[in-house]
Design a protein around this ligand. Structure first.
Ligand code: ASP
Length: 324
């Protein structure tokens, strides 16, 4: 009789461990890295940023508790940031040299290495949704410009005129930059958004959305929509989203390299991100990265003076921060 009791207790214990393990979740987000000084940012501005980052994290947590998939959470969390004029993605994106807005976004599902991306789009309200549609409803990975818009229309995504993305502050940044007639500065681009998620089924995903860099010309495309540069996810290792001077991230194959360092060198997600930021600094590149592994361990690394960032975990741990 005693053996039966012990057996039943053991089965219940194993079952509850499995259930608890499955219900583990985590989210980490960024709203761009760059030159930021505490002195120059008012208390009000700081709390506006913190409030938006918290709103995005809260929505993600609600979805995860309801059992949502990592990719769906990535999209909805990024939508909150794309719809805010505070960030350089969707509404509030930076201007090109031609005084237009051109947006890039990508998403990757760590479960099956599926991915979708769009670049240089001018009329898709939420580019991350277009990236998701490319991933799930097309046989391609990467669409650009008018073709991407045509596809988005077919998928019934919301289309807006280019002036929907207009904000005074981003336009002024462009004007200042043109007047100064010098190389673009990091400060004006700050605000790319990204998200990495571990869902309750143990799957991970990442996404990134941006307006790119102020004053960009000739159809320039950065790292954000490039799978392996600005975004990467693999259930075996980690989910990664980057922000910073895109050309360096492309040259380093940054996001994929973080995953490779974990896979081939057995580094932790934090060690891998630090190593990659070290390589970025070595090239004199600037920026940051957020990532999480399949256990929900978080990394938020950058070599700039600040990065809008935040994370939360099912354990209750949580943080939102801006400066170093
Ligand atoms: N990585 C983006 C780009 O180069 C910009 C940024 O994250 O600030 O387009």
């Amino acid at each position: 009789m005693n053996i039966v009791k012990t057996l039943i207790t053991a089965i219940i214990l194993v079952f509850s461990i499995v259930v608890t393990a499955q219900q583990k979740y985590a989210i980490v987000i960024h709203g761009g890295a760059g030159v930021m000084s505490k002195e120059k940012m008012t208390e009000e501005q700081q709390s506006n940023y913190a409030a938006k980052l918290n709103e995005a994290l809260n929505l993600g947590e609600k979805m995860l508790k309801e059992g949502a998939n990592a990719t769906d959470v990535v999209v909805k969390v990024i939508n909150v940031l794309e719809d805010s004029p505070l960030f350089n993605a969707g509404k509030g994106a930076v201007f090109t040299h031609d005084e237009k807005v051109e947006l890039d976004a990508s998403i990757m599902d760590g479960k099956n290495l599926n991915a979708g991306a769009v670049a240089g789009v001018r009329d898709i309200k939420n580019p991350i949704n277009a990236a998701l549609e490319v991933m799930i409803n097309s046989k391609h990975v990467f669409l650009s410009g008018e073709g991407a818009s045509e596809f988005a229309k077919k998928q019934k995504l919301e289309i807006v005129p280019n002036n929907y993305f207009y904000t005074d502050s981003r336009f002024e940044s462009l004007m200042k930059l043109k007047k100064r007639e010098r190389e673009r500065t990091r400060q004006d681009n700050t605000g790319t958004v990204g998200c990495a998620v571990l869902d309750t089924k143990g799957n991970i995903a990442a996404g990134t959305s941006t307006g790119g860099m102020t004053n960009k010309k000739y159809g320039r495309i950065g790292d954000a929509p490039v799978i392996g540069a600005g975004t990467y996810a693999n259930n075996k290792t980690c989910a990664v989203s980057c922000t910073g001077h895109g050309e360096y991230y492309i040259r380093l194959a940054f996001a994929r390299d973080v995953s490779a360092l974990m896979e081939y060198k057995n580094l932790s997600v934090e060690e891998a991100c630090r190593e990659e930021i070290r390589k970025l600094s070595e090239l004199n590149g600037t920026g940051g990265v957020i990532a999480l592994d399949n256990e929900g361990n978080i990394a938020m690394e950058f070599n700039t003076s600040g990065m809008f960032r935040g994370y939360l975990k099912s354990s209750g741990e949580r943080e939102v921060a801006i400066f170093k």
